[in-house]
Design a protein around this ligand. Sequence first.
Ligand code: ATP
Length: 256
Amino acid sequence: MPTSVPALSLEGVSVSYGHVRAVTDVSFTAHPGRVVALLGPNGAGKSTLLRAICNQATKVSGRVTLFGADISTTRTHRITHRGVALVPEGRRVIAPLTVQENLQVAAGGARRLEPRDRTAAIERVYHLFPPLQRLRDRPSALLSGGEQQMVAIGRALVARPDVLLLDEPSMGLAPVMVETIYGFLKEHGATLGETAVVLAEQNRSALAVADEVVVLSRGRVVHAGPASSLPEDVLTEAYLGSATPEPPVPASSGAN
Ligand code: ATP
């Protein structure tokens, strides 16, 4: 395990929506330059947890720290300015704008970025995702789902975040496109530099690019450890455990 100060640390975080408990007592850390896969089935609490880190979901208990500083109650926009970027589920691009314009808007809104550094930050995104280079002047609405996802991740990366939270970037993409995007992230680990990445996914594809894995089931951590040695049965049990049992078929229904 890395010995550096964690970029992000969660200690005993619990989140409720009204009376519904979505996340219970979750703790994990994400270190600079490393990728944590947050795996779990539908409804396990992954999005809630990422939103709670950004103070977009109300924590009922627990602590979130950024390089040791408590950001549990910091307002969302301040958390963003302090270096946490969330790429939410769904591909958030500004459809009528070109790829270049999308990245320029993101760079313009990034308070951590000096105006003179904006161009270099945008070029870094093209370096990370080479297919975007020839699409610079194309309206984002005309891109494929995978290309839009690259733009969405790129928009977060131009701000040079210390912590990048990716919520199911593979959703709705063909497996080959998922592999391509993960491939770029892995290949250009050096480009991502010291950014700590938390990658929430339903499927194990994220393990290909992750250093550590945290498995969630019904809002609780059921496993945490190196991504390279995730026991097969952990995921199976997490996914089976989340399944709602089918109601028994009444004997008199004639079903066989
Ligand atoms: P998915 O993979 O489908 O996105 P997830 O692991 O991200 O699932 P969450 O979306 O965080 O899971 O949901 C966790 C639990 O919280 C679920 O039981 C869900 O129904 C509930 N939940 C999520 N958002 C809300 C909300 N706004 N109000 C009430 N309950 C919610």
